[in-house]
Design a protein around this ligand. Structure first.
Ligand SMILES: [Zn+2]
Length: 232
């Protein structure tokens, strides 16, 4: 079937095969159900240590939401296996398209998160026939991935700013990297107190803080106090 060809083209799985694609109904709307099975002679991977391990048993079939095709929701259906890992004991296998207990495939979360940079989360949810919560989880997943894989080395210049939110005087402290070759948001903290900026520096670490050459801020009093405490 054509959809199988498309899936193998855009989302090929090394140790798994798209077995068949069937139209179906889920939550009251038409969907495509794609059955996924392990490739012959492939070993399940332990989700604890990410190493191949012998099989233990199988769990109930799970449903993972994929990027919709022609506005129709697409689900990968897969019977998760459990493995008997020498190191971790009995564990659920790790599948390349999913992340823990999340219902959405990684690729669909990336897809939603990339649209969430252009549209509001509500607009993304409406456009792709999904919920605000799912868009939120998608953005959260991508942000967590980015945080785990980003490098905080060689930062020479930062900017510290305060942002007011809601009506009243609620503030956030935001810290940006403002080097010539890289401008990005590094950290957000509640309030705009000395404790806030102190918690940024403890997150950032002493060694990195000492390598900073420029700190640009509007010199609001807590920053001035902290600066004189750090560099008396
Ligand atoms: Zn293991």
């Amino acid at each position: 079937m054509l959809i199988k060809t498309i899936l193998n083209k855009v989302h090929k799985l090394k140790s798994f095969v798209y077995q068949d694609v069937k139209p179906g109904v889920y939550q009251g709307s038409e969907v495509f159900n794609v059955t996924v099975v392990p490739r012959k002679n492939s070993h399940a991977v332990c989700s604890g240590c990410l190493k191949p391990a012998p099989g233990y048993d199988s769990l109930a079939e799970r449903r993972f939401e994929f990027v919709p095709l022609w506005g129709i929701r697409v689900f990968l259906l897969y019977t998760m296996r459990r493995v008997q890992c020498k190191t971790c004991g009995v564990k659920v296998e790790q599948v390349p398209w999913g992340d823990g207990k999340k219902e959405l495939t990684k690729v669909y979360m990336q897809f939603l998160a990339s649209w969430a940079r252009k549209l509001s989360w509500k607009e993304v949810a409406c456009t792709f026939n999904t919920s605000w919560e799912k868009v939120f989880h998608a953005v959260e997943y991508v942000v967590e991935w980015g945080k785990a894989h980003r490098s905080l080395d060689n930062i020479k210049a930062i900017g510290v700013d305060e942002v007011a939110y809601q009506i009243g005087h609620k503030y956030l402290t935001v810290v940006y990297q403002i080097d010539r070759n890289c401008t990005r948001l590094l950290w957000i903290g509640e309030e705009r107190t000395e404790a806030t900026i102190r918690s940024f520096f403890s997150f950032f670490g002493t060694e990195r803080s000492q390598q900073l050459e420029y700190v640009c801020s509007d010199m609001w009093q807590p920053y001035v106090n902290l600066n004189s405490a750090v560099n008396p």
